[in-house]
Design a protein around this ligand. Structure first.
Ligand code: UD1
Ligand code: MG
Length: 453
């Protein structure tokens, strides 16, 4: 059976008071609409259709290939919005799932239940409902004695008795497609607002003598819609709790989940410990048995197993296994730390590969460089990689010992086993096993390398 989702995203979102379309505001690092698309992907078989209006260009650009879009212009209500998808979908789907793109906590499983309900429904509509103590702003559900739904009454037209009803319209529906395309044209124009309400299809079904089923949800939190930035923060907190709980249930330890800020896209392996005040962003992938934090910000970084990252900042970097980093270390784009690399305080690495066992304990900048295995970078070492116009490479071999405060003026190469004296300014390539000292550094003698342990 073909099931297609129509996601409504044309509304203005006036109360966000923002230059950004509402559905592009981020929750856990991803636009609201991303979360809605994730949820619907579990219960649909076809590419979703997103109805865009306000901010259409930006929303369409963000969606790219992930959805088809149709423009609703002007915006004449939720029924009118769904009608815009008719020409794309008529004859191409059996069921239509309609939901709003500003409810990012709605779970895929909930929509799956909704679709299942409709598959077993002889009538044309199934809808999500919830009971809540604070029904403010929601349409109220009127049930028939047999339990099917008779109508949805919007708050502003409800009688005082109807306002007492605690069962509410969540804003998630599954329709029989053929019936829907016809019914949309029968929705009466709302006399007060001049709009066409999708919720009026329920009364049309009742008039047709066809049953409308409701799936009553048990988790009210899922139904929180975002209209302003107070809601945005509420949903962010709820989503964060949900993400953290998923990680914990998968074997990740969190010392204080309330202070772990983990975006939806991040992966973490078991037995890794996330310490407080840690931010994990973007395409970050963390393996097993690591200790991350406290006080760390990790973005788009791949971390292997058994690493320690203490009070550090990384972006676009790779750490292999058993890397020990921080406190106060910084990795920038293209930094790659091999197995057993030790990087201590106040170091910065950018576009550089540090091979296995490299140690840089204190106050160093390594940019556009390759550092061979087991080389020691002394305190205060700097790769002078930029001449004011261009970046230049530094290549350092294995088992090199760079003395404290060495300036490596790139482009420059140091052969395996070389050594620089403290304060050396290296402007020329240094051959293997050679000691250089001074400003500019010059060779003073040939060295004998210690045998490897
Ligand atoms: C709607 C329901 C109400 C339900 C509530 C749950 C209707 C008539 N009422 O009311 O029963 O309890 O949601 O939150 O449907 N949109 C468009 N084009 C339009 C109008 C709206 O795309 O012309 C989109 C909006 O961007 C939004 C969604 O549809 O994502 C819902 O619209 P909104 O105006 O928020 O409806 P509510 O008044 O909240
Ligand atoms: Mg709303």
């Amino acid at each position: 059976m073909r099931v297609t989702a129509v996601l409504l995203a044309a509304g203005q979102g006036t109360r966000m008071k923002s230059g950004l379309p509402k559905v592009l505001h981020a929750i856990a690092g991803k636009p609201m609409i991303w979360h809605a698309l994730q949820a619907i992907s579990q219960s649909t078989t076809e590419k979703p259709v997103v109805v865009v209006g306000h901010g259409a260009d930006e929303v369409t650009k963000y969606l790219g290939d992930s959805a088809q879009t149709v423009l609703q212009e002007p915006q004449l209500g939720t029924g009118h919005a769904v009608m815009q998808a008719e020409s794309l979908l008529k004859g191409k789907t059996d069921l239509v799932v309609v939901c709003y793109s500003d409810m990012p906590l709605l779970r895929g499983e909930t929509l799956q239940k909704l679709v299942e309900t409709q598959k077993n429904n002889k009538g044309p509509i199934s809808m999500l409902t919830v009971t809540a103590d604070d029904p403010h702003g929601f349409g109220r559900i009127i049930r028939k004695p047999d339990g099917t739904v008779e109508a949805i009454v919007e708050e502003y037209v409800a009688t005082p008795e109807q306002l007492q009803i605690k069962e509410l319209n969540v804003g998630g529906y599954c329709f029989d497609a053929d019936w829907l395309w016809d019914a949309l044209h029968r929705i009466p124009k709302n006399p007060k607002k001049g709009e066409y309400y999708l919720t009026d299809t329920v009364e049309l079904a009742t008039k047709d003598g066809l049953p409308v089923q409701a799936t009553l949800m048990d988790d009210v939190e899922e139904t929180i819609g975002i209209n302003n930035r107070v809601h945005l923060a509420e949903v962010e907190a709820a989503m964060r709790r949900r993400i953290n709980e998923d990680h914990m249930l998968n074997g990740v330890t969190m010392i204080d989940p309330a202070s772990a800020y983990i975006e939806a896209s991040v992966k973490i392996g078991r037995d890794t410990v996330i310490m407080p005040n840690t931010y994990l962003h973007g395409k970050t992938e963390i393996g097993e048995s690591n200790v991350i934090g406290p006080n760390s910000i990790i973005r788009d970084t791949k971390i292997g197993n058994f690493c320690k990252v203490l009070a550090s900042v990384t972006e676009g970097a790779v750490l292999e296994d058993h890397v020990d980093m921080g406190p106060f270390a910084r990795l920038r784009k293209g930094a790659h730390l091999g197995n057993h690399v030790h990087m201590g305080n106040f170091g910065e690495v950018k576009d550089s590969y540090l091979f296995e066992g490299v140690k840089m304990g204190h106050f160093s900048y390594i940019g556009n460089a390759q550092i061979g295995a087991n080389t020691n970078i002394g305190a205060g070492t700097i790769t002078c990689n930029y001449d004011g116009e261009k970046k230049h490479p530094t290549e350092i071999g294995e088992d090199v010992f760079i003395g404290s405060d060495t300036m490596l003026v790139a482009p420059v190469k140091l052969g395996a086993g070389a050594r620089t004296g403290a304060g050396a300014v290296v402007t020329k390539n240094v051959p293997e096993d050679t000691l250089v000292v001074g400003v500019p550094a010059r060779a003073i003698r040939k060295l004998e390398r210690k045998a490897k342990k």
